[in-house]
Ligand binder design. Structure first.
Ligand code: PLP
Length: 353
């Protein structure tokens, strides 16, 4: 009954959403604050009659608005918008990574990268992180890869790679192969690689509205690259999955781009909560990796990640652990509102004592 290729599928496992009780959700790096009031306005004024018609297949108004918000010489021809950055990533994998040499990515990074690689038959090599969990740049640059992808800040570590390091990767990487920087978490303190696009035609940047723009439920992500690469991704999209971003999400995306001040404020709030929570945990003897994202990666000597997760879940909070060698004693905690972090901190203190 099933095709042969089906038996080889190895699906991604998203953050759980149990319904047995109400949980404080700190397991999927979602934003604890609502989207901009401008989004509410669009929703109130939206006439359902507009659903009769297909949306703009190229999301032109949205791509213009994104380019305007980003500045730095970004034009709408340099932007491709999709249904969440997961969809954009899927097109990017299909378009740029071949099967004649492995794609390189860090051993611990966004777990969709190996899933897409398997799906498209792209061989890959996981490059171990350094002892301090930072990305091993020289190992990524051994000259034998067909492309490179990494998240900056990385997930689940939260560790940020400075622009000078990204520049040095691009300087030593062949100009005819693509370097993808997944900036899902860049708005929580890091500096974007966008200014490097002028100099490096093989740089592809991936962004999402799910984290800093509070849109995880709406599905909106985008890629920024030179127009030639954006055109190529359009070709891929229109060859097997031409579904554009839906009409309503295009509109709330445009409205959000016009209120970046609001989003900056909530990102600053989240970053401050993260730094306060991290100091509190460190003072209490937890090891916390330095994070520039909206989550922290944390462990306590002698405690197993799954045990911490279970203890916290039994008290009504969801966090995430990873059953993988090298990080099984860590948990990843999304930064919520200060009151959520206070409750979680008390639970974590209880676990230790
Ligand atoms: C590094 C990274 N990239 C991309 C995504 C996908 O985001 P979305 O598909 O919601 O835009 C995630 C989601 O957690 C992520 O952690």
């Amino acid at each position: 009954m099933f095709a042969k290729r089906f038996s080889d599928l190895n699906p991604y496992i998203p953050g759980e959403q149990p319904k047995d009780r109400v949980y404080i959700k700190l397991n999927a790096n979602e934003n604890p604050y609502p989207p901009s009031p401008e989004v509410d306005k669009v929703l109130k004024e939206f006439n359902a009659d507009q659903f009769r018609l297909y949306p703009d297949p190229d999301s032109n108004e949205l791509r213009n608005a994104i380019a305007g918000m980003l500045g730095n010489g970004v034009t709408s021809e340099m932007v491709f918008a999709g249904n969440g950055s997961d969809e954009v990533l899927s097109f990017v994998f299909y378009t740029f990574f071949d099967d004649d040499a492995p794609l390189y990515f860090p051993e611990h990074t966004y777990s969709f990268y190996p899933v897409y690689s398997d799906y498209y038959g792209i061989p890959y090599k996981k490059i171990p992180l350094k002892k301090d969990f930072s990305i091993d740049i020289s190992a990524m640059l051994d000259g034998r890869s067909s492309g490179i992808i990494f998240a900056n800040p990385n997930a689940p570590t939260g560790i940020y790679m400075p622009l000078s390091d990204i520049r040095s990767i691009l300087d030593s990487y062949p100009a005819d192969r693509v370097v993808v920087v997944d900036e899902a978490y860049i708005d929580f303190g890091g500096e974007s690689a966008i200014p490097l696009l002028k100099e490096y035609k093989n740089l592809v940047i991936i962004r999402t509205f799910s984290k800093s723009f509070c849109f995880a439920g709406a599905r909106l992500g985008f890629m920024i690259a030179n127009p030639e690469l954006v055109d190529a991704v359009f070709t891929t999209k229109n060859s097997f999955n031409h579904f554009p971003v839906d009409a309503l999400t295009q509109k709330i995306g445009v409205a959000s781009c016009g209120d970046s001040k609001y989003y900056k404020e909530i990102c600053n709030k989240i970053s401050k909560t993260r730094d306060d929570f991290s100091s509190q945990l460190r003072d209490a003897g937890w090891e916390v990796l330095p994070s520039m994202a909206n989550f922290v990666f944390v462990r306590k000597e002698g405690l197993d990640g799954e045990k911490i997760y279970n203890a916290v879940k039994s008290r009504g909070i969801l966090i995430r652990y990873f059953n993988k060698p090298g990080i099984s004693d860590y948990v990843r905690i999304t930064i919520g509102k200060p009151e959520d972090m206070k409750t979680l901190f008390e639970i974590m203190q209880g676990i230790v004592s």
